[in-house]
Design a protein around this ligand. Sequence first.
Ligand code: SF4
Length: 341
Amino acid sequence: MILDADAAAIAGRPDVTMTAPGARPYVDVAGVGKTYRRAGRETHALESIDLAIRSGEFLAIVGPSGCGKSTLLRIVAGLVGASRGDVRVEGARVDRPQTNLGIVFQSPVLLDWRTALDNVLVQVELRSLDPKAYRDNALRLLDQIGLKDFADRYPYELSGGMRQRVVIAMALVMNPALVIADEPTTALDVTIQAQILELLRELQQKFGTSILLITHDLGVVAETVSRVIVMYGGEIVEEAPVGELFARSHHPYTEGLLAAMPHVGQERDRLATIPGSVPPPTMWPNGCRFHDRCPYAWERCVAEHPPLYQIGEHHISRCHLAEEPERRAHPHEPAAAKAGA
Ligand code: SF4
């Protein structure tokens, strides 16, 4: 949830520049796609993804379940290979799990026979480094995430939220150059959520760590990151600096997400919803993949897959409204709503 005053501040935030021309991004993803083959059938889970993460940048990817964001995470981390395209970290092609990388997964998996502190140090030991050299850092991290008094507790003595925080400390203990956080705060209450995000932001500012935050929560994005990529149906549908996205979102899916956010100070009987549901990768429609849920869709959207249009200097959107903006004046009930009714 964001306050209206916060929303105004976010919208007024100066835009960050994208990677400077000629400068090499820390992570460079070019034309990446992923196709799974099962029982002789091909499923395209990810299509032609281009993205760059600069050193020290805090970037978010927002999208619904099944939009391909977790597949993209695993490809960037080197945990699965891409079917097409190229991923480079510091200019070197990624073809194996990355070592200078911390990953925070959604589901905390800890070793039951080790204390919270010893779990935090697991990655250090796996890389044959001396855990004593990282002990102070591990304790400081546990302190920062509210687990100072739980360092000697075992996982079965911790709540689900506490275990998730230990997983976050595990990812950060070696001060990695890149942290990928996959829905790191979904299971946590808002106070702890704020602490975790503050910790990530501190890491980014203090050590110049690049952070890629994967989330479905635009509220988390608003208060944390500098740039946002919105994904839908296995592809990027909008990308903009966070202030620009909140002030002038272009893609109707992003518009729907923003309308669905609760705002303190605004009285609404119920929050807006996007009709219909995200189709699985085996059933993505022709043309625009959002067309049956979109209140502006017309014939062209069904027939023609939209490219990424340049909306502003650092703003792109995969929507034909970029060429026919007058159609925005005539919203209608989306096909998915009619089908549902
Ligand atoms: Fe909606 Fe058409 Fe834009 Fe797709 S291309 S988001 S259907 S207006």
